[in-house]
Design a protein around this ligand. Structure first.
Ligand code: AMP
Ligand code: ZN
Length: 111
């Protein structure tokens, strides 16, 4: 499939790996928006949160356990997890991903 994040998860396109297992892959964002900014993606292609159904729920739950574990290992005390769905929300890559941002003050509401 011609999908940037499928290619990154498969190692076809290089990335700076943070974590990997059989279900998911985590890597640093190429255009970081905070001192720490990495992405966690399922290895299987899912377009966005809008396509998550009961069959995909276990991998999404697993991804959140991975986020908590990696954040602990990196010593992150406070961080934000974001997933953009659709172009108006700012989704630029149509493969489900969770941004993990940390290391600076965050504003609310998000822009
Ligand atoms: P979104 O805009 O929410 O779809 O997030 C996509 C993210 O992927 C953006 O933060 C980009 O900076 C990031 N990105 C795009 N290409 C790459 C790449 N080759 N390696 C790492 N991150 C990337
Ligand atoms: Zn994909």
């Amino acid at each position: 499939m011609d999908c940037l994040f499928c290619k990154i998860a498969g190692g076809e396109i290089p990335s700076k790996k943070v974590y990997e297992d059989e279900l998911c892959y985590a890597f640093y964002d190429i255009d970081p928006q905070a001192p720490v900014h990495f992405l966690v993606i399922p290895k299987a292609h899912i377009q966005s949160v809008s396509q998550v159904d009961e069959a995909a729920a276990p991998v999404v739950g697993h991804i959140f356990a991975v986020i908590a574990q990696v954040a602990r290992e990196l010593g992150l005390e406070s961080y934000r997890v974001v997933s953009n769905i659709g172009p108006q929300a700012g989704q630029s890559v149509p493969h489900l991903h969770f941004h993990v941002l940390s290391g600076r003050d965050m504003t609310w509401p998000p822009g």
